[in-house]
Design a protein around this ligand. Sequence first.
Ligand code: SF4
Length: 546
Amino acid sequence: MEKYLLVAINSQYIHTNLAVRYLKKYSEEYSNKNVQIYETNINNQILQIIKEIQEQDPAVVIFSTYIWNRDYVFKIIKELRKIMPEVKLGVGGPEATYMGDDYLLKDEQVDFLIKGEGERAFVKLLEEKIEDIRGIYEEQMSHNLDEIPFPYSHDEIMKESKILYYESSRGCPFSCSYCLSSIDKGVRYFSVERVKNDLNIFLKSNIKLLKFVDRTFNINKERYLEIWKYLIENYREGITFHFEINANILDDESLELLKKVPKDYFQFEIGVQSINYDTMEIINRRNLLDKLEKNVREISKNIHLHLDLIAGLPYETYDIFKKSFNYVYDLKPEMIQLGFLKILKGTNMEKTSEKYGYQYIEFPPYEVLYNDFLSYKDIVRIKEVEKLLNHYYNSEKFEKSLNYIVKKYYTSSFDFFEDISSFFKMNGLLDVGHKELSLFNYFVDFAKYKNFADEYFYEYLKFDYLKNGKPGVYPQWFKSEKDSDLYDVTIKNKGYKTTRDGHKNSELEIFSFNVLKEEEKNERVALFFDYRNGKVYEIDFLVEEI
Ligand code: SF4
């Protein structure tokens, strides 16, 4: 039977493509054609991908196309045309939906496009004779998304190494001017019963991270509370559920429920984007800053938080961006995702881009180069800050030393990142990759250069270094002080099977003040780093074997 090949080219090996799985499962339910998936990632060489697609001997190939793989996909299509001229080649996904069908079809880059939601459109394509497949396929899905089968196979959910994606709704009721999801109106849902059944499968699986791709998960309160309650009641250790939420609209009842979420069980991504009122007005995304701050502080006690910011929005000058950055930083999320505005075709932002003097890259990722408020130099500067933010904040490896330096020597966190990025630039370190140990060493170099390298800094850095795992090497700046008797007794008391096992999976160091509690007064403190659970314990010097 002739083969229809769905091709997913992911950005990383650990990712999975939900869209092609939906198409395959939906086609199995509503047609009898031979549909297969070929999944790879952009780190795989084009020649290898072409060979592997050709070996599958497909009659029709459909690429799942996004902003970040579009160029790659079209390079592959061009080469496939040469070696498989008789095969029908087409694209689906957001890039196929919003990026100029005339251009794609007229130039015969592709034979067909699947626009919008793919399931029904794909089945329509399957009903045609292969030689007749051509043009645009576009079919509206029904309101009841339950007609789409569960997307994953048993084997897939038993793998530990992959991130899986899941959707309980489609569409977004909000209208952020830069976002493709603001174009299609209306939100549709899978039924709560269906979602619970699906979650039950994930709860029994081996996966570690399930990311909900719902554009804003907390829209319908009755529904999202029921799903969160279900997850809390059926808690399983070792799995994390990721949700994109709007923190402005969480009310007391939701906050009360979220207090019950076990640590590391939920992870929220919250788009703050900007705190500047003129900007928020123009992009149609209004944060209630006091409420947002209160809610974020409340949920951050037990929920892992990613807060998003966008650089390059209208009315955000460099100094105003700095304020947005500092606001987000002061909320202390686990991660700050600093993105750069993309001017996407079909969005309001694209339509009004001239008004704000936008110049942007005309190919993916369509990122802003400058506008009336931010020069190209400013954008480059913020990109430099972003690199250092990833190294020293988002890595979560420098928590105490970073906090100490920022609090003691800077009035704002942005100033610190600006400063350290200048230092990296001056030393030619900005555009190269770094190992973890090198980042520790460069932090010392920076602190020395700025005259910040006092005793407290070194002790905090020593703590951070040990917190990251049993050291393989001790760098020159690491002044070690051990107490081997205390260490051996502690290993026994902590229930290690053997002393050898204890030495392998823990560390004990003496500090000149209580780094754990951040009490900067001189007193010798012994800290025990237990790598089995990642915890650090303060040990009494008089501890006896139990
Ligand atoms: S940015 Fe988020 S909230 Fe705004 S329209 Fe897009 S999906 Fe909805």
